[in-house]
Unconditional design. Structure first.
Length: 141
């Protein structure tokens, strides 16, 4: 049973890393390169809630798979999942609100939007690095 759980954790972490890396480094740039800015913005707004649900769910599956045999790995996976919850439930609504205000001409909104967006990018980057590090660690143990 422990081997099954470790493999489940490994697959969930690998899938988390792959999904995050693909979306961040392939899909998001392509969306903004290929689509008109207004359409790209609306599309991204529709995708991000799903993206964060998937990352949060995969992080939770990984944490549950690792909790008995690798508590440190489970904690890292849980932090990845929690980062997705924070980004989806707290940051994303504020980012969207400031972006809307910015597009409506509010002078103070751009600074807030950029600051919050930068925080979300840092969280996403930390999650990607954590998932990669955890995957490598699990694959070699």
């Amino acid at each position: 049973m422990e081997t099954f759980l470790k493999i489940t954790g490994l697959l969930a972490v690998g899938t988390t890393f792959g999904a995050m890396a693909f979306f961040s480094f392939v899909m998001a740039p392509l969306i903004f390169i290929r689509l008109d800015e207004a359409i790209a913005g609306r599309f991204i707004r529709g995708v991000f809630p799903v993206y964060y649900l998937v990352i949060g769910g995969l992080g939770l599956v990984a944490a549950l798979g690792l909790v008995w045999g690798d508590p440190l790995g489970a904690a890292i996976a849980l932090l990845i999942a929690l980062g997705a919850v924070v980004a989806r439930q707290m940051l994303m609504p504020r980012i969207n609100r400031h972006r809307d205000r910015m597009l409506a001409g509010a002078a103070d909104a751009e600074r807030s939007f950029e600051r919050l967006h930068r925080v979300s990018v840092w969280i996403n980057g930390a999650q990607i690095l954590a998932a990669l590090g955890l995957f490598v660690r699990l694959a070699w143990t």
